[in-house]
Design a protein around this ligand. Structure first.
Ligand SMILES: [Zn+2]
Ligand SMILES: [Zn+2]
Length: 392
């Protein structure tokens, strides 16, 4: 078949080959252009890599620049009917890719014979595994890297510099960490929803010095639509995906071409279309509850039943660019991921209870001074989905 042969298994961790000019590459017959991963320089035959700085492929040896052939980006934005796809049982187009599976975090990453590190880009643990051929869905589109590794380093330095827990010198140490440019498989879902609900509306009634809540039964319907609800196609960076690295400028999606992948690695999906849809529905149902509460109005709301009909569901399967690295603090490693398009940083960080309490107290005092607020939250990059509440 036209697949490139799997890389040699003997020593997958061999150091980077010296960049000596290779003889001009033979014209390889490529059956499916979506399989093609290696591109050679028309000048000298050395490897071409996609360079985010110029949005072109660049020769690793002579620095010649080669344009990525322009393809209409309509395919990248095409919404595919979800019901039809699930009902018809039509399999999505897949491609076999030489991959490494991490037994620690479960990530499955494209194997790069030039990669000098034996560490999993996602969890930083050593991968002790053979290269296997993995079937991966061919995405319809991708968001190319727009931030180069150098910039990712700068963003990382700034992030650490601004953090209270980061000791002096960590910025210097972090400068020596190398980044992995990984394309993360992602599902996007759209849906129209109609929800019939029943519930209770509460109104505060004051009589003299006491206030009581008076409840009335209500029922009604809310409708709405969702556009591009993102669900990570893998578990490896799903936490970052939800809020921390968003927004993703999906209007800039390009039709999938392997030229964009040259020099980067694509992660294989481990969450399929249906599982991803179920996850997006959890998000949608939470949103719908907000709509219902707004519809009920009053001073308090109780939802007793909500019957939601989803329709016109569509999806896309795309790749999103993430720079991933780890930094050391104390004797632990923490992951840092950076949105490869926007440069937005999300770093894992240490949690010392004492420091956390001190920080929370300081935050509380500041807020108390400002407006007498009784709760303090450290914002999304502190600890996702968890607010720290203090009572006086
Ligand atoms: Zn060259
Ligand atoms: Zn891992």
């Amino acid at each position: 078949m036209g697949h490139p042969p799997p890389p040699p298994r003997k020593n997958p961790w061999a150091r980077k080959k010296p960049r000596a000019p290779k003889p001009p590459a033979k014209k390889q017959a490529v059956e499916n252009p979506r399989d093609k991963r290696d591109f050679s320089c028309p000048n000298c035959g050395a490897d071409l890599r996609f360079d985010p700085a110029v949005s072109m492929m660049k020769c690793t040896h002579c620095e010649a620049e080669v344009e990525v052939p322009h393809v209409d980006d309509a395919a990248a934005h095409e919404e595919v009917g979800l019901r039809d796809r699930l009902a018809s049982g039509v399999k999505m187009e897949t491609v076999e890719i030489a991959s490494l599976n991490c037994s620690t975090c479960g990530a499955s990453v494209e194997f790069d014979p030039d990669e000098h590190s034996r560490l999993c880009p996602f969890c930083d643990s050593a991968i002790v595994a053979d290269v296997t051929m993995q079937r991966s869905i061919v995405p319809q589109g991708l968001l190319p890297f727009a931030i180069e590794e150098k910039e990712a380093h700068a963003h990382m330095g700034d992030w650490l510099h601004a953090r209270w827990f980061a000791p002096n010198g960590i910025r210097h140490n972090a400068a020596s960490e190398s980044f992995n440019g990984v394309y993360v498989p992602t599902w996007t879902y759209d849906a129209y929803t109609a929800t019939a609900y029943t519930g209770k509306r509460g109104r505060r009634v004051r009589s003299g010095k006491t206030t009581t809540m008076r409840w009335t039964r209500v029922s009604g319907a809310v409708t709405g639509s969702f556009d591009d609800i993102l669900v990570s196609g893998s578990q490896s960076v799903s936490v970052e995906f939800k809020d921390a690295l968003a927004p993703w400028p999906l209007h800039a999606l390009e039709t999938y071409q392997t030229e964009f992948l040259a020099g980067f690695r694509a992660e294989n999906h481990t969450i399929d279309l249906e599982e991803g849809y179920a996850e997006s529905q959890i998000f949608m149902r939470a949103k719908i509850r907000d709509w219902i509460k707004a519809d009920i109005g009053g001073d308090a709301q109780i939802i007793t039943s909500a019957d939601t009909r989803f329709s016109d569901e569509t999806f896309k399967h795309v790749l999103l660019p993430v720079w991933i690295t780890h930094y050391t603090l104390g004797n632990r490693r923490y992951r840092m991921s950076i949105n490869g398009q926007t440069g937005k940083v999300f770093g894992q960080r240490p949690f010392s209870n004492l420091k956390l309490a001190a920080g929370a107290l300081a935050g509380f005092l500041a807020l108390a001074l400002l407006g007498g607020m009784l709760s303090a939250s450290f914002g999304p990059d502190m600890r996702p989905y968890q607010n720290i509440r203090l009572s006086p």
